[in-house]
Design a protein around this ligand. Structure first.
Ligand code: PLP
Length: 512
């Protein structure tokens, strides 16, 4: 989807009153916006003005008696997004001095992140957000033809704008910003979503894993088994405690921790296993839990990429002893900043994590252990509550997009993701493999298609882990994945046309 636009009052009146003589784009512009699903906005304060002038002028022109005139305005309003007119007011602003309404339109457009379409030249001269209809149409047509972003973080928030703003206003009005009713409500709702008993909101996904490990008493001298091919945060959580990450290779086809290789990595120091539900596909938890039970180890799910993913019909988060989730904005359930959660059926663990996230304190200013400041804040919790209600729908859309990729790339020269019967993924990442990955990525980039590499360098080859002294070749399966993997766009708001463009370019590019 393209940028959203805010329509100046004159543009709307041109359309409603068919003012062909003064605006040759009177009809073309609104039709273009509707046809291309470009969100168009009106600031709240404009509605009364538009309605007043429209009725007055329609009566003067003898149009008001026609039922179509009223219908047109109702229809127009039903298609528009109404955005707020901010209460900010600066009498000395140059726009405010020239025309109060333009100034308010400018503020509304700034707040909603919109361009303004206007045919008021003086307004345009004072604002770099303003575009005359013709100039806007040519920019829009050009960008329509090019970009497929890897990740679209604007559209989901635009679609939910009014609900997110209501959550923001509720938090603002509550005057309570840390550890209050919103966090508590989100914790209940997210625990219920995961079908687990407890959820504790924390500062990030990394912190969620770190606090679980701490709460289980893992520290210096201990070892924790971790996939060799994960985002470095999984390893860092272990290192934060002073324990040592012990990497194990993944399965070739699922990219998830290979249960067959775990037992060989267990030593008397091993305390836990962290399977990562990488790319949104649940790791093979039954054999992992069985190994852990035989060896007296904790199983900590890294569910940062897998909100809502299922394993044997059950949602991740309640499959091991505890799970860490991330709400980093790009995740399937993302906040508008950092956030994370510990989810568990272990009541004692949940209780300890509650102290640890809050300076080690159960009662204010009474500190039982040396804790941390790692809390999900009220505002993020309020926003996450809104987004949680849409998670399943958006995961289902990712599934549809994945199905199309899987069907239409089946005979392309690429390795496609493999989904075992035991799992229903949520497609946080749709990763393909190709021996000439960099060339393929370049070819997609030339066609205006964004891709990412998850991840270019495995943790054991990062300078941050030089102390573990793993050289190149230590984890060949992992290293091959990192050389060949490429993630395609799979945001829930990717359009059919955009996806068709990715597929077409990939089919051609992967032949090489
Ligand atoms: C697999 C994995 N684990 C942990 C994390 C850490 O989450 P956060 O960024 O919220 O700290 C991430 C985030 O990207 C992740 O992908």
């Amino acid at each position: 989807m393209q940028d959203r636009v805010l329509l100046d009052t004159n543009i709307v009146l041109d359309y409603l009153l068919c003012r062909k003589e003064i605006n040759p784009f009177w009809e073309k512009l609104p039709l273009y916006l509707i046809q291309h699903k470009i969100e168009f906005c009106l600031a709240a304060h404009q509605i009364a003005t538009i309605e007043y002038v429209f009725i007055r002028e329609a009566k003067r022109l003898g149009l008001w008696e026609k039922p179509q005139a009223r219908l047109l305005w109702s229809l127009f309003l039903s298609k528009a997004t109404i955005v707020k007119t901010p209460a900010t007011f600066d009498r000395n602003h140059r726009l405010s001095q020239r025309d109060i309404e333009d100034y308010q339109i400018q503020l509304a457009a700034e707040s909603a992140g919109c361009r303004i379409i206007t045919r008021d030249n003086e307004f345009s001269a004072l604002s770099d957000r303003c575009f005359p209809p013709q100039a806007y149409l040519s920019i829009a047509m050009e960008s329509q033809a090019t970009l497929v972003p890897f990740l679209d973080l604007k559209t989901p928030h635009t679609v939910l704008r009014s609900q997110l703003e209501a959550a923001f206003d509720r938090t603002l009005n509550s005057g309570w910003f840390v550890l209050g009713k919103e966090v508590e409500a989100f914790e209940h709702e997210f625990a219920a979503y995961c079908k687990a008993e407890h959820c504790v909101g924390v500062g990030s996904g990394l912190e969620a894993l770190h606090l679980i490990l701490r709460a289980y008493g893992i520290g210096p001298g201990d070892e924790v088994i971790v996939p060799a091919n994960t985002y470095i945060a999984t390893w860092l959580a272990i290192s934060y405690t002073g324990a040592k990450p012990v990497p194990v290779e993944p399965e070739e086809r699922t990219y998830n921790l290979n249960p067959k290789l775990i037992e060989a990595a267990i030593t008397p120091q091993t305390k836990a296993i962290i399977p990562v539900h990488l790319y949104g596909l649940a790791a093979d938890m039954d054999p992992i839990n069985a190994i852990a039970a035989r060896n007296g180890l904790k199983v900590i799910e890294d569910a940062a990429q897998a909100h809502g993913a299922r394993y044997q019909g059950r949602r991740v988060g309640g499959l091991g002893d505890a799970a860490g989730f991330s709400f980093y904005p790009g995740k399937n359930l993302g906040a508008l900043g950092d956030g994370g959660a510990v989810v568990t059926n272990d009541g004692e663990l949940a209780e300890i994590v509650r102290w640890l996230r809050n300076y080690g304190s159960r009662v204010k200013y009474h500190n039982e252990v040396k804790g941390f400041n790692s809390r999900l804040d009220e505002l993020q919790a309020a926003l996450l509550r809104v987004k949680l209600r849409h998670l399943d729908k958006w995961n289902a859309r990712r599934q549809q997009l994945a199905d199309v990729y899987l069907a239409q790339l089946a005979d392309a020269n690429l390795s496609l993701p493999f989904v075992p019967d035991r799992a229903v993924p949520v497609w946080h990442v749709f990763a393909v493999r190709h021996p000439q990955r960099d060339t393929l990525q370049h070819c997609l980039q030339q066609a205006g298609i964004g891709t990412m590499i998850h991840y270019p360098i495995p943790p054991h080859l990062q300078p941050a882990y030089a102390e573990l002294a793993f050289g190149v070749g230590a984890f060949p399966v992992t290293e091959a994945i990192h050389r060949e993997i490429l993630s395609l766009p799979i945001s829930p708001h990717l359009s059919r046309e955009q996806q068709a463009r990715v597929i077409h370019t990939l089919r051609n590019g992967s032949r090489a």
